[in-house]
Design a protein around this ligand. Structure first.
Ligand code: T1G
Length: 677
């Protein structure tokens, strides 16, 4: 995993541990040995360290965490690099992340290729840089830049790193980097140890930084620790600062938040894999896409492809609807440009790739056609019945339905092998999740292509089987149903939502209902009041869009508890003969979150989800589940499946006649094994 090559008087040490040159035990041992050998070899005047393949290094080997440590530890290797009597140059291409950047920080000089990116993303794994990064980076780039890089975890471009003093030289290209680094090393006469530098800052800088980022870092352990470690760099000599960093690292890496965030890291990568499909399956070419429906979803979906430079034919039934849809897309792009995240040219380029039309047959040359009309089975069937006659052979036909059966839709065509679901989440140009729904007859290459094209447009795709609501929305059903029942029995919207926001969700069931629209699925007859939803809708309380739903909203869309809603609920209870009672937060947690876990277990039993971690990815990327809690299935294991099963049994009656405990949940609880297939 370590290759060395002597170029006259310069030793090149190459880390070769594909795919990301993770700094596992063998890499560390190899690095330490090559370095030590070089110290004693008079022929060697200088050393270059670089990575083979697509990058310098993706950092420490995350799969080693939680296992017995193997010598040498990464901090020791980095210290040895810095202590080298011969100048060491780090030659960086691709990514230098985490421990990878720390290796480069241990080096005395750094040269990077123009496209390189450098960062310390440990905070997104619930830890902090543990090999001197919190001590050496501020010494090189100053406290402010270091705090920004370490607490956000976001990598910076090589050019910015050069401006900040993190990189000494920019190479011409990836290809010329090795040669330029060796030439550069040959010009160096002495080591220049970053650890010998000092850095100071007004202690108030750290409180200010924490205050400025309070909302982002609320409830998270790692960011606080990152700030404390960088502060230590301004107060302690390197070795003592590293001890402090080490202590904080050990604490965090053993913590629940880091375990959850590491689970999410690998869950995302696992979700990309489709069980049972050959790795080298031939994908279908997607060079042109058709979108049916220019509404909120159709517009958002189209923007993803336009932004990925894929032309879109957008079909609507009426000119005004088409013009409105195109107008909203341009407005969204211009809003992004106004924030400096796009140039005017990029906006024009994207908008230049869309072909609006009322002519269905214009879809004939599309490789993928996505139906994104409102949620009505008859309308969708009518569209697919028309499509299969127009679409070219091999074209994929996808529905953006959120709940309905892909098999039923596919059955209206003679080509069910080309039909699948691509379930985007609103706003579709922002939300990362796509449930790729595999129909009973969806061809393996169509499914694989669906996953691939979703990744190409920057989404996180997850395979889902056909059932009502697929993975995410199906689990939402028991949550919403119990939330509504709890309101009738005595809870308030604020109480139920507080339990969810305290838990870390961005919003609770009733704030979410107001955002999505209380009138979704409403029968539109104000005289028919059979549910709380009916009662609110009859009063015109359709949610945020009406500035009134379960909450009242001000012009900034900030929610406040509504006395009107309290009265509507009281009246409804009285009419239903329900005497309200005190509801505990624990009961709300059990009936709204534990019931979701139970539904997730059923989804696993039925094979609707390939693996438990896929369900976690769905909730992390589609419903704002707090990443530092891993996802509903991972979280259930941390709570204890037996505890969840007992609590659900205790509330069996309140959960309703239809509620049944998942046999898989009971089995895993009984056997003490994690919840999975
Ligand atoms: N350790 C172990 N495996 C890793 C890994 C790592 N650091 N990085 C990637 N992999 C695996 C990954 O699971 C996948 O496996 C394959 O490599 C390709 O990854 C002391 C303690 C580098 C930007 O947080 O962000 O250093 O699924 O699909 O899209 O301070 O991987 O094929 O079996 O993501 O090209 C800090 C983590 C570690 C960076 C490449 N480093 N990695 O993205 O490929 S903590 C990070 C990434 C640390 C020190 C501390 C990305 C990438 P499989 P991939 P990619």
């Amino acid at each position: 995993m370590i290759e060395t090559k002597l170029h006259d008087d310069v030793l090149e040490i190459v880390m070769a541990n594909p795919p990301v040159n993770a700094l596992g035990a063998q890499v560390r041992q190899g690095l330490a040995k090559a370095l030590a050998d070089a110290q004693g070899d008079p022929a060697i005047k200088a050393i270059v360290i670089r990575g083979a393949g697509k990058m310098f290094s993706g950092g420490a080997d995350i799969t080693e965490f939680g296992k017995p440590p193997v010598d040498p530890w990464l901090p020791q290797v980095v210290d040895a690099i810095e202590a080298s009597a011969k100048p060491v140059v780090a030659a960086i291409h691709g990514m230098a992340l985490g421990g990878g950047l720390e290796v480069a920080l241990g080096a005395h000089y750094r040269i990077a290729s123009p496209k390189a990116r450098l960062g310390l993303p440990e905070v997104s794994l619930g830890i902090l840089p543990g090999a001197g990064g919190t001590q050496r980076l501020p010494r090189l780039v100053g406290v402010e830049t270091a705090l920004g890089m370490i607490v956000s975890g976001t990598p910076i471009a090589a050019s910015k790193a050069a401006q900040a003093g993190l990189v000494d030289k920019l190479a011409e290209s990836d290809e010329s980097l090795a040669a330029e680094a060796i030439a550069y090393a040959r010009t160096l006469t002495a080591p220049r140890r970053t650890g010998d530098r000092s850095v100071s800052a007004d202690p108030a800088v750290f409180e200010q930084f924490a205050a400025q980022n309070a909302r982002k870092i609320k409830g998270l352990d790692a960011p606080q620790a990152c700030i404390a470690a960088v502060k230590a760099a301004t107060e302690l000599p390197l070795d003592q600062g590293q001890e402090k960093e080490r202590a904080l690292f050990q604490q965090l890496v053993a913590g629940e938040q880091s375990k959850a965030l590491r689970h999410v890291f690998f869950a995302e990568r696992a979700a990309a894999k489709i069980d049972g499909l050959p790795k080298d399956i031939q994908l279908r070419p997607i060079t042109k896409v058709g979108v049916i429906g220019a509404g909120t979803m159709g517009g958002g979906i189209s923007m993803n492809f336009l932004s990925a430079n894929i032309p879109v034919t957008m079909v609507e039934m009426a000119q005004d609807a088409l013009d409105r849809g195109i107008g909203v897309m341009r407005k969204n792009y211009e809003a992004t440009a106004a924030k400096g995240r796009l140039t005017a040219e990029q906006v024009e380029k994207a908008m230049g790739l869309v072909t609006p039309t009322l002519d269905f047959s214009a879809l004939a040359d599309c490789d993928l056609i996505i139906e994104a009309v409102y949620e009505n089975m008859d309308v969708k069937k009518e569209i697919f019945a028309r499509l299969h006659g127009i679409a070219k052979p091999g074209a994929m036909l996808a529905s953006n339905t959120s709940y309905l059966s892909i098999d039923e839709i596919a059955a209206t065509t003679t080509r069910p092998q080309d039909v699948l679901g691509l379930h985007f989440f609103s706003p579709a140009n922002v939300m990362k999740l796509v449930e790729v729904v595999r129909g009973a007859k969806t061809a393996p290459d169509a499914l694989a292509t669906g996953m691939d094209i979703a990744r190409k447009i920057g989404k996180v795709p997850v395979v889902a089987g056909v059932c009502y609501g697929f993975i995410g929305n199906r689990m939402l059903i028991p949550r919403q149903a119990n939330a509504n029942a709890l309101l009738l029995e005595g809870a308030t919207p604020e109480q139920v939502d507080r339990v969810h926001t305290d838990f870390g969700m961005p919003m609770g069931p009733f704030q979410m209902a107001d955002l999505a629209g209380v009138d979704i699925g409403w029968h539109r007859d104000p005289s028919r009041i059979e549910s709380l939803q009916d009662a609110l809708c009859a009063e015109g309380r359709w949610g945020q869009k009406k500035q009134a739903g379960f909450y009242d909203y001000d012009e900034k869309r900030r929610p406040t508890p509504s006395p009107v809603v309290a009265t509507i609920i009281d009246d409804f209870r009285a009419r239903a003969g329900i005497v309200p009672r005190d509801i505990s937060d624990e009961e709300i947690m059990v009936r709204t979150l534990y019931s979701m876990v139970n539904e997730g277990a059923k989804i696993l039993e039925e094979g609707i989800a390939q693996r438990a971690s896929d369900i976690d990815v769905v909730w992390n990327y589609g419903y704002g589940w707090p990443r530092h809690k891993g996802g509903p299935m991972f979280w259930a294991d941390t709570v204890g499946l037996d505890k969840i099963a007992q609590a659900l049994t205790r509330y069996q009656q309140a959960l309703g006649a239809e509620f049944t405990l998942s046999p898989l949940l009971l089995e895993c609880a009984a056997q003490g094994k994690p919840l999975d297939r």
